[in-house]
Design a protein around this ligand. Structure first.
Ligand code: UDP
Ligand code: MG
Length: 324
């Protein structure tokens, strides 16, 4: 019988000291079971360190290790999608390059998908040491995606997951330059299972590669790319405040007419002015965000650009013409 092929997709960024360990562990764990084979697709997200050189070395010794080398840093989610465009396996395993994912738990995570209990299985870590703002960010993200994406309550996508091939075949049709994987997954299926396991710390002393700015822009992708609800809320708030302002204006005029002694307070005017103009700026900013994104989308800004690949012969089944 043909072996079941697992495709491991690893976005790589600043991980020259950890990626070797990760790949070694993958090979060990897959070797534990008969009947399974692997390919490892490492996507170099234009990392400023020497991870590409490390990967090339590994790939020249082992042809199951494949490299997609991106021309520019496009962020984790775009890098993962670039990896998806060349996968050949029956199942796809998503994981990080920094040894944080407990790869030894692979089978526990993958079995429910193999047995068709779900289309996606994501790890659920008991506890995770993270920077405060990142934890807060995750929390907000979780709430937002529950509201925006109608995500099952409490479900939290972690950096370690197994998905069926069709999910990945489907999400690569998304050409928008602002990808948000979790949203894309949930557009395809809601048969998602969480598998509890212990998380791990990074193997090196580096802190996260996600700067505050990267996390924020990812948050915006999740917030805006999948729904026009924020726009509606903004319009609603704008409407309420302008209605309030209108009524208050009438009140001020009538009071002035009734009692001409009253000097209309400079401070209250300023307060109202500042508050309302602040709100207008907020709404405009939000609307501008949408318009800017529409503009960039119709401009066909690429989600990612592949500079070259290693060990990928025909560019993969799904490689798009325009990314070659
Ligand atoms: N990553 C990436 N491009 C970036 C930043 C990060 O491909 O610009 C990848 C990185 O290689 C890793 C994953 O995203 O595989 C998660 O990054 P990191 O470990 O820094 O974040 P954290 O574990 O804190 O979420
Ligand atoms: Mg990490």
């Amino acid at each position: 019988m043909e072996n079941i092929l697992l495709s491991f997709v690893i976005p790589c960024y600043r991980s020259e000291y950890t990626i070797g360990k990760v790949i070694e562990e993958i090979i060990d764990v897959v070797g534990e079971r008969e009947g399974y084979d692997y390919e490892i697709i490492a996507v170099n997200d234009a990392s400023p360190d020497h991870v590409y050189r490390v990967l090339c070395k590994l790939a020249s010794d082992n042809h199951k290790i494949k490299i997609v080398n991106l021309a520019k840093n496009m962020g984790k989610h775009a890098a993962v999608l670039a990896g998806y465009s060349v996968v050949r396996g029956h199942f796809v395993v998503n994981l990080d390059d920094d040894y944080q994912c407990p790869i030894y738990e692979l089978w526990k995570l993958a079995d429910p998908v193999f047995h068709d209990e779900c289309d996606i299985a994501t790890a659920q870590y008991y506890s995770k040491k993270e920077l405060l703002w990142k934890r807060m960010g995750s929390h907000v993200n979780l709430m937002i995606s529950e509201i925006m994406l109608k995500k099952p309550k409490g479900l939290r996508f972690e950096n370690f997951s197994v998905i069926k091939r069709f999910v990945c075949d489907q999400v690569i049709y998304y050409k928008n330059p602002y990808p948000f994987l979790e949203g894309l997954f949930l557009q395809v299926t809601d048969r998602v299972m969480a598998v509890e396991m212990e998380g791990r710390n990074r193997a090196d002393d580096n802190t996260t590669g996600f700067t505050f700015w990267k996390s924020f822009s990812l948050f915006l992708n999740g917030f805006i790319s999948f729904s026009v609800k924020p726009l509606r809320v903004a319009t609603m708030i704008g409407f309420l405040f302008s209605a309030g302002g209108f009524l208050y204006g009438i009140y001020v005029v009538i009071r002035k007419l009734v009692d001409s002694e009253i000097a209309v307070g400079y401070s209250s005017i300023m307060a109202v002015l500042l508050f309302s103009s602040g709100l207008i700026m907020l709404m405009l900013g939000l609307i501008g965000e949408y318009i800017g994104r529409i503009f960039i989308c119709i401009n066909n800004a690429p989600q990612y650009v592949i500079r070259n690949t290693v060990n990928i012969k025909d560019g993969g089944k799904h490689m798009r013409e325009d990314t070659r």
